[in-house]
Ligand binder design. Structure first.
Ligand code: SAM
Ligand code: SF4
Length: 332
């Protein structure tokens, strides 16, 4: 059979799926969630079997890379087994995960064994008290132990993700870079995105641009633009002092990356989101449940959904929320 591909209305090939496996989390990061969150009841979320079926359909349609995310993917019971089943899908080139690291001390080795190829681990502060404030519940020592467990389990090209907020953690940028160098990790700095209504801080006031992050890093290191691209939203640099690691910048406000977008997102409710910054979506769970045992129906719905993928997101830098979904629902 001829190789199948997903292509949207702007001739962009879509071959990367980010799948949220839960909306739940053991943290309540200030930029991601409200303190008092209501989570979805069990019957509204995809079962492990349904998550596998969704992954299978996307891989059959030419998806080469899947990232599992959430919520916190590692709080979903059965996630290691799910990883093993998805990693084994013929045609999938890479299965990765974004995690807060809190469960990695226990799960890094089994995940590696299950075939998970790469990890992104979120880390916004190296100060235990501040880490607790930013995550509301998190324990820094546990996350650092998780990062070390990932290294010990043999994961390579692990990347730290850091959301930078003015006056909250911008003074730690170079300490986080030093931590990454010390452990042989890449690190990406992210501009906060206006997803979900938060009252804990003003996003406009906390805005710290990637340009400002680079200026801060340049005070201690020499940044050299990296020549390799990933088609993703990150733009990469290297450090003359540590050429083996990459410093990435995800800048939805100051750099629009939509022209080369190759990805879609699946929420744990089975809703396919065609763009992070728009509400366009298709209910794939309804399709799957209405036509059990008919994978071609699901595949057709996915192909047809590509037609409504918008050209670009439209994030603005004020405190007007344009997308009411929280990031834990979106699958960051
Ligand atoms: N719980 C996992 C974690 O924290 O890595 C995976 C899900 S989390 C939603 C994925 C990424 O989104 C994290 O790196 C987090 O820092 C980032 N994130 C969450 N809310 C964000 C926001 N409003 N703007 C920018 N990044 C955000
Ligand atoms: Fe949880 Fe990740 Fe959101 Fe933090 S960013 S609350 S760890 S889902």
């Amino acid at each position: 059979m001829a190789q199948r591909h997903l292509t949207d209305g702007f001739a962009r090939r879509v071959d990367y799926l980010r799948m949220s496996v839960t909306d739940r989390c053991d943290f309540r990061c200030v930029y991601c969630m409200a303190e008092d969150m209501t989570f979805l009841p069990r019957q509204r979320i995809l079962t492990l079997e349904e998550l596998h079926e969704m992954a299978r359909a996307f891989v059959a349609l030419g998806t080469r890379k899947i990232r599992l995310t959430g919520g916190e993917p590692l709080v979903r019971a059965g996630v290691v087994d799910l990883c093993a089943r998805i990693a084994a899908l013929p045609g999938l080139e890479e299965l990765c995960m974004t995690t807060n690291g809190s469960q990695l001390a226990r799960l890094a080795a089994p995940l590696r064994e299950a075939g998970l190829a790469r990890l992104n681990i979120s880390l916004d502060s190296l100060n235990p008290e501040r880490f607790r404030q930013l995550t509301r519940t998190g324990d820094l020592a546990q996350v650092v132990a998780g990062i070390d467990a990932a290294n010990a389990a043999g994961f390579t090209h692990t990347k730290l993700n850091c959301v930078v907020m003015k006056g909250r953690n911008d003074d730690e940028i170079n300490d986080l870079v030093a931590f990454a160098i010390d452990r042989g990790l890449d690190i990406s700095f992210i501009e906060e995105m206006p997803l979900g209504v938060i009252t804990e801080h003003s996003r406009a006031e906390a805005f710290f641009s990637s340009e400002q992050v680079r200026e801060r890093i340049a005070e201690r290191y020499t940044l050299v633009p990296a020549t390799d691209t990933t088609h993703g939203p990150s733009r990469y640099w290297r450090l003359a002092q540590a050429p083996d690691i990459r410093i990435g910048f995800i800048s939805p406000h100051s750099h629009n990356f939509c022209a080369t977008c190759n990805r879609v997102r699946l929420t744990v409710e089975g809703r396919l989101l065609l763009c992070l910054g728009n509400e366009h979506s298709v209910d794939l769970k309804a399709m799957l449940r209405a036509h059990p045992g008919q994978p071609e129906r699901l595949e057709r719905a996915i192909i047809e959904a590509m037609a409504i993928k918008p050209a670009r997101h439209d994030f603005r830098l004020d405190d007007q929320v344009q997308v009411v979904r929280f990031m834990n629902m979106t699958g960051g």
